[in-house]
Design a protein around this ligand. Structure first.
Ligand code: KDG
Ligand code: MG
Length: 402
């Protein structure tokens, strides 16, 4: 079997997605997500101009060899653009392999380790009351875990808090929006939200919070300590992810579990964090961390060090990524939690998929391969629209330096 074609499809059914579709001489096809929010066309060009020509004529069964060939061969290693492009190829090859074998991809990864994939949703609102009523909505839908984000009194807008419910779209506009940030206001307000949530929903519901990299290590340590009475399942991205040493300081001061990794793109971004047990959850995912092959490598290292997975699953990761993530989640021993932001109806129309949600769990498709595809005719009806992620400024106008 040989690869005869690889198409890069850019579509915007509510938000931009980049998808690679690989076609073989036997007519078997595979899909991979290559979406990098706010920088989509860079990955599309990387694929079209530099990767697709290398794929034509290759044997699609050689997944590991293709991964190494693209990674080592580029010379310029790592980075979100390169790793998203490699991820798309890798994911599409696993999809093809599953179809050839007649098995869902999770069976090729070692089979089921659990019955369903526990997911968390996003409850966000401008006020505590609004957030709590969103949490109640998720609880009614059967969710066992919810991430809470609230507007900070005195600040006009906060990253991660939007009018969108059930899905989440931080990128918009032909220029980045500006959010204003105050660490002092945030730190003094955050515990109030979780005190109320515990009061209202009791001890069993898993409560999560995303700091979006806004704090210094000592500030994050203070936040973690102040949230200890409310037993969070995790505190996410407390400090900028590139400052690995900072996590040691947080760890020395608080028992609030730490999750990080959505902007990581390789095992080298988190090897020290995992080996030194400075984190509890690694949140890398298929599309930004080199595909199923590399994500498995990261999660296997994590398993050796009692670190669990918690893959990123925001709306800007396409249903192709979600489908692939679920095959990994259901099969690995050290699964923790999967983020699940739903997609719009238009996105679901462009990406028909067989995974489904029931009672707090997602279930991967049982079809051969990943169980997801792209409807190219539908995709063509939604042309690319430029959109940027927002920028944070402090109250005096300084661009937030981390
Ligand atoms: O594109 C950026 C989003 O994916 C990010 O803001 C979402 O932090 C996020 C999360 O945890 O889902
Ligand atoms: Mg996050």
């Amino acid at each position: 079997m040989k690869i005869v074609d690889a198409r890069v499809i850019v579509t915007c059914p509510g938000r931009n997605f980049v998808t690679l579709k690989i076609v073989t001489d036997e007519g078997v096809t595979g899909v991979g997500d290559a979406t990098l929010n706010g920088r989509e066309l860079a990955v599309a060009s990387y694929l079209r101009d530099h990767v697709v020509p290398l794929l034509i004529g290759r044997d699609p069964h050689r997944i590991e060899d293709t991964w190494q060939y693209l990674f080592q061969g580029a010379y310029w290693r790592r980075g979100p653009v390169t790793m998203s492009a490699i991820a798309a190829v890798d994911t599409a090859l696993w999809d093809i392999l599953g179809k050839v074998a007649g098995l869902p991809v999770y069976q090729l990864l070692g089979g089921r380790s659990r019955e369903g994939v526990t997911v968390y949703g996003h409850a966000n609102g401008e006020t505590v009351e609004e957030v709590l009523s969103e949490v109640a909505r998720y609880v009614d839908l059967g969710y066992r875990a919810v991430r809470l984000q609230c507007g900070v009194p005195g600040l006009d807008s906060t990253y991660g808090v939007s009018g969108d419910k059930m899905f989440y779209e931080p990128a918009r506009g032909t220029l980045p929006e500006v959010n204003v940030w105050s660490t002092e206001k945030y730190l003094s307000f955050a515990p109030t939200l979780f005190a109320r949530a515990r009061e209202e929903f009791g001890p069993d519901l898993k409560l999560l919070h995303d700091v979006h990299h806004r704090l210094t290590p000592i500030e994050a340590a203070r936040l973690g300590k102040s949230l200890e009475p409310y037993a969070l399942y995790w505190m996410e991205d407390p400090v900028p992810a590139d400052l690995q040493e900072g996590f040691r300081l947080i760890r020395e001061h608080t028992t609030t579990p730490i999750a990080v990794g959505e902007v990581f793109n390789s095992i080298w971004d988190c090897a020290d964090l995992i080996r030194d047990q400075l984190i509890d959850f690694i949140r890398t995912t298929v599309v930004h961390a080199g595909g199923i092959t590399h994500l498995r490598r990261i999660f296997d290292l994590a398993a050796l060090h009692q670190v669990r997975s918690g893959s990123h699953g925001a709306t800007d990761l396409s249903p192709v990524c979600m489908a692939a993530a679920l095959h990994v989640d259901i099969s690995i021993p050290n699964f923790g939690l999967q983020e699940y932001m739903r997609h719009t109806d238009a996105t679901d129309e462009v990406f028909p998929h067989g995974y489904h949600y029931a009672d707090g769990y997602l279930f991967p498709s049982e079809e051969p391969g990943l169980g997801v595809d792209i409807d190219e005719e539908a995709a063509a009806r939604y042309p690319y629209q430029q959109a940027y992620l927002p920028v944070n400024r402090l109250e005096d106008g300084t661009v937030h330096p981390w």
